[in-house]
Write a new protein. Sequence first.
Length: 445
Amino acid sequence: MKILNQKVAFKTIGCKVNQYETGNLRQAFIKNGYNIADFKEKADVYVINTCAVTKEAERKSKQMIRKAARLNPSGTIIVTGCGVQANLPEIKDCNHSKYHIVSNYYKDDIFELFFNSTFESVKKIIHYKPANQITRYAENSFYSTSHRIRGLIKIQDGCNQFCSYCIIPYLRGRARSRTSKEIFLEINELISHNYKEIVLLGINLGSYGNDLKDENIHLTSLIQKIEKISGIKRIRLSSIELPWVTDELINAFHHSSKLCHHLHIPLQSGDDHILNLMNRKYNTGQFEKIVKKIKQKIPNIAITTDVIVGFPGEDDLSFERSYQFIKRLAFAKIHVFPYSERLLNLASLLPGKVETDTIKKRTKKLNDLSKELRKDFFIKNIGQDRTILVEYQGIKNNQNYTCGLTDNYIQVCIPGAKEKKGQMIKLKLKEVFDSYIEGEKICSC
């Protein structure tokens, strides 16, 4: 099935799970003889992995489809992902001459569907099934080894939470887990490509294992098994919902020498009334109790979060309560998202819509708070010895720097150093700058 002298370009919009899945598709094309082109270049095939979590993500997805059509009017465009699942009629409106539309149900089969298709009698080939027909974790025969420093491993897909602002369960289906056997096969592949750190990904990562009745496994026990693999030096979790942050998981962070001391726990709002409208499965008291427990066990852990601003019903008092709660919990970083109306979700039916100008002001206020809290977290870590995984070399203030990320989510740059990418470096944290800490090398690990 080898193809010669054909170019394929990829564009991913959205989350790390989408990035992982694009990586798998990239490998499928590479293994079958395609050359990778930049998305800005003319290519024979364009693969666009879309997102529909926000209006902005949808806009970008459609923009990339139009861009691909301009770059090569006679090329083939393959569109997949959540944008297809949410907006099939709009996606179908593209008048490009060779156009594949592939829903999430068929995403892992894209190369075979593309290779075995013909455009002799039709302009559009559509492979679509609703997400509620996705009932099992779909394995891919190609592993992504194209991520530069960290190896991404998807262990779970789908979600059963049905938060009122979110349409993901309607786009990716119900929660389902990957077998540990397949996970370990991919880890071994990453080790063979010299990856030292892996990132465990999932749409609802904490629910891992709930549906694997034959395995009797869950996220913490999976982590403990991965720890025993000598080739892996660091294990990082992507994002985990509060109900899945158990005492067992907290103890794993406390005792593990490989588990990165960074937890991203989405809060979404620091006001109990808004949390209830969002159909979140906790209140602020429960959230604060668990965060305090984590910090007592692991004092220098970075706890980061997501917050939605301008959810229907969020008045000035609700926002102020949320702001003060976030400030009190002293997150290491806040990812702020202006509320985005989605037609498929329950929140679109709620009264009390917030004005755009108000959302912008509140977004700025929280982003400013995030910068303050980030700097406070940096200062707290000054003088400590940490280890970074070298990501890149650069120049700051006319001086060479080697930069990387600590296990607790701090960007560190070492002046005057030229260390190899992927190298582990032990260093002392010396001086705080706006977006990073300057470090002094102690030794290579």
